[in-house]
Design a protein around this ligand. Structure first.
Ligand code: ADP
Length: 434
């Protein structure tokens, strides 16, 4: 102020001041020189205003601006952090990911996609999926399914296909695709997840080949052992050698068990790859049940198999396969009831289905195991050490019954016994008893 007065200039200052009683206030002072006609300063006019309210408002504004800046900084940091978190997830996922717009143009891809298909991100971004990689993605079946993803909200689930890509050759891929669950402008987007299962498939084929070869190798000598035993058994019977007959019976039992195990293992492999052939024919259920019982009786002569409800009902199915189911259920009933010697087989036919039930008074199955025993290689924990087996028989039976449009299920009480039931459609019009 002193300087302004010395220079004869206007000046405006803000003074932080205190009232007599000690209260702070902001004082705005303005001093302007007043000049006469010759231009000389005659006096000064001074105005002072209490601008405390205004200054306080300005200070508050400044403070809020600072807080806002801080919040923006914090948010930006959080966004950056969550973006790198999401990127890390996307890049860690084993699948190759592609985001498509509603015209199937590529909006983004993850590193796995670029690595797998040997594509550079810049080259494919914005391009039509069906045109990249020399149009090798232009697969009619895939296209047809992708077209339905957005309008019909129809996801693609586990679509497997084999393709010969220019950059990487033959690949077996599995594709899942669905509309991204986002709102607003991101709503019309498709997330495509591609998994390369070529290695896994090749391994499965190798495993299948191995099982085929191994079971063939085992079956050949087993068939000859079986034949030889049958010849020796006949000779022993003729000469009344009861001790030999007993020995042959026991051997027969083991051979039959081994043979069934080999067939079951072979079937597991075939069923997994959908290669099981079913030869459907019409036959008498009575014949099938009686023959199966005969086989089990021959193997386990000490067991009494009581049959009820058996009539001349005709069903349609694969005789050999259904006999396999019956034999499996009967031999399980024998195996898992070591302290009993009676098994019940009951047949009841409704207009559409025949139900066959095999009941034993054996060890039973816990509720927890009842829901799992039809899985491949599953065996109830508490019994697996006591009884031989590998846990494939019921899986095979389940698949066979399913192929016949029937159902296989179990009812069981631990330490009391089990009933395995299965149904098969009956052929209308050829029921001898109706
Ligand atoms: P495996 O008998 O070779 O183990 P299965 O697939 O035939 O294979 O049976 C799977 C499991 O179901 C068995 O391990 C056993 O725990 C249970 N199970 C099957 N049949 C019976 C039965 N009659 N009584 C008790 N448990 C049974």
């Amino acid at each position: 102020m002193r300087k302004a007065i010395a220079n004869g200039e206007h000046c405006q200052i803000l003074v932080k001041n205190y009232k007599k009683e000690g209260r702070l206030f902001w004082n705005e002072l303005m001093i302007s020189p007043v000049k006469d006609a010759s231009g000389s300063i005659t006096h000064y006019i001074g105005i002072q205003n209490d601008v405390t309210k205004r200054v306080r408002a300005e200070l508050r504004l400044e403070e809020q601006r600072d807080q806002l800046d801080e919040k923006v900084r914090e948010r930006t940091f959080n966004l950056e952090e969550s973006e790198s978190y999401l990127t890390a997830i996307v890049e860690t996922i084993r699948e190759s990911l592609v985001v498509l717009d509603s015209n199937f143009h590529i909006l983004s891809v993850n590193q796995n996609f670029c690595d797998l298909f040997k594509e550079s991100e810049q080259q494919i971004l914005g391009k039509d999926l069906f045109k990249i990689g020399n149009c090798k993605w232009n697969i009619p079946e895939l296209k047809e399914m992708l077209i339905k993803v957005l309008p019909h909200k129809n996801p693609i689930e586990g679509f497997e296909f084999q393709n010969d890509f220019d950059s990487i050759g033959q690949k077996m891929l599995v594709i899942n695709a669905r509309q991204m669950s986002l709102k607003g402008k991101y709503q019309e987007r498709i997330l495509l997840a591609i998994e390369d299962i070529s290695e896994r498939k090749a391994m499965e084929y190798r495993k299948e080949d191995f099982i085929n070869i191994a079971s063939h190798e085992m079956r050949t000598p087993l068939t000859s052992i079986k034949g030889n035993i049958q010849i020796l058994e006949k000779i022993a019977e003729k000469n009344d050698h009861s001790a030999y007959i007993k020995g042959f019976n026991a051997t027969n039992k083991s051979v039959a068990r081994l043979e069934r195990l080999i067939y079951d293992l072979l079937d597991v492999a075939k069923m997994q790859s959908g290669k099981v052939q079913f030869n459907f024919e019409q036959f008498s259920l009575k014949k099938l049940i009686e023959e199966s019982i005969e086989i089990i009786k021959h193997e386990s002569p000490t067991y009494r198999i009581v049959v009820s409800g058996l009539k001349e009902d005709y069903v349609e199915g694969d005789y050999g396969r259904l006999e396999q189911v019956m034999i499996n259920l009967l031999s399980n009933a024998v195996k898992y009831s070591p302290e009993s010697s009676e098994i019940h087989v009951h047949v009841s036919c409704l207009p559409e289905y025949c139900k066959v039930s095999v009941t034993d008074n054996g060890v039973g199955i816990s509720k927890h195991d009842q829901v799992r025993i039809f899985e491949r290689f599953y065996r109830a924990e508490d019994i697996s050490a006591k009884f031989p087996g590998v846990g494939v028989g019921l899986y095979v039976c389940h698949q066979i019954v399913k192929e016949h449009n029937g159902t296989l299920w179990v009812e069981s009480v631990e330490k009391k016994g089990s009933t395995f039931n299965f149904t098969i459609p009956i052929i209308q019009g050829i029921r001898a008893d109706v």
